[in-house]
Design a protein around this ligand. Structure first.
Ligand code: GLU
Length: 269
């Protein structure tokens, strides 16, 4: 039993595009509906929920009936601008069915670097959460382009969700992904790869031993998740990586059950 997780009140949940869309790129309505239902239920339990949701680019491209994956910066920006409003429309509809109001917060990395902006956004999160509203966060893709303005972009939502968790002083960050957790090796190639139940410290030994798992899942894969873990663990925030196929898994995770990989937040000595 993961006791510190059981007591977590302020929880950031991150979902990736693969959780929200089918393999053909179209929206997975059932998944979005279920996710909204479970998060609404957790909010009813008295937890403060922040959702970091990807999917703007994928949903925008599908809405514009693009048959190719947007690759260039400007195509990704255009797709994100179209997809973000569609994504919020859907969340607003589904959460609304379960009696919850959502709010959109779009961020760029400079928000966390400039004290005034950081304070502003912290105040907004706190006010929304105190009103029982579920903030839904994404990177402000149309203005954040790492290729063009290096320092302005966070680049991936794993890192973004960790920065959000850190800045709102969350108790727990949950990354829902298309993998069950952090393995000792790439489970797709090595049948002996073992799912790591918990990580107390991201030591060089651990990272070296798990090289296969880290590199195999490449960009936006395990390496960005471990970077997220690094950010939150040193703030004393717990993190869990789990499979997002069945959003019901969030009930088990928040009860402290042994699902996925638990990265334990550092405790003060
Ligand atoms: N912000 C991007 C989107 O909404 C996703 C980035 C990521 O998933 O890492 O499509």
């Amino acid at each position: 039993m993961r006791t510190s997780i059981k007591d977590a009140k302020r929880i950031v949940v991150k979902v990736g595009t693969s959780t929200l869309t089918h393999e053909n790129g179209k929206i997975n309505f059932a998944r979005l509906d279920k996710l909204s239902e479970v998060l609404s239920d957790l909010a009813n339990e008295g937890k403060e929920i922040i959702l970091v949701s990807s999917g703007a680019i994928g949903i925008g491209a599908a809405k514009m009936k693009w048959t190719h994956r947007p690759v260039s910066v400007v195509e990704r920006q255009a797709a994100a601008a179209v997809g973000q409003s569609e994504l919020m429309h859907l969340y607003s509809k589904f959460f609304g069915e379960y009696g919850h109001v959502v709010a959109q917060i779009l961020l760029t990395s400079d928000v966390f670097e400039k004290p005034v902006l950081r304070k502003n956004v912290q105040n907004s999160f706190n006010k929304l959460l105190s009103q029982g509203i579920v903030p839904i966060v994404n990177e402000n893709d149309p203005v954040a382009t790492d290729e063009i303005e290096g320092e302005k972009s966070i680049g991936d939502n794993d890192t973004l969700s960790a920065l959000v968790a850190k800045n709102v002083h969350a108790d727990l960050l949950i990354l829902l992904s298309d993998i069950d957790g952090f393995y000792t090796d790439n489970p797709k190639v090595n049948p002996d790869a073992i799912l790591i139940d918990h990580v107390d410290d991201l030591t060089d030994d651990l990272l070296n031993n798990a090289k296969g798992a880290i590199s195999a899942l490449g960009t936006g894969g395990m390496s960005t998740k471990l970077k997220a873990a690094q950010i939150v663990m040193q703030e004393g925030i717990d993190m869990v990586i789990a499979h997002g196929e069945h959003p019901n898994v969030l009930y088990k995770i928040t009860k402290g059950e042994l699902i996925g990989t638990w990265f334990k937040g550092k405790q003060d000595e």
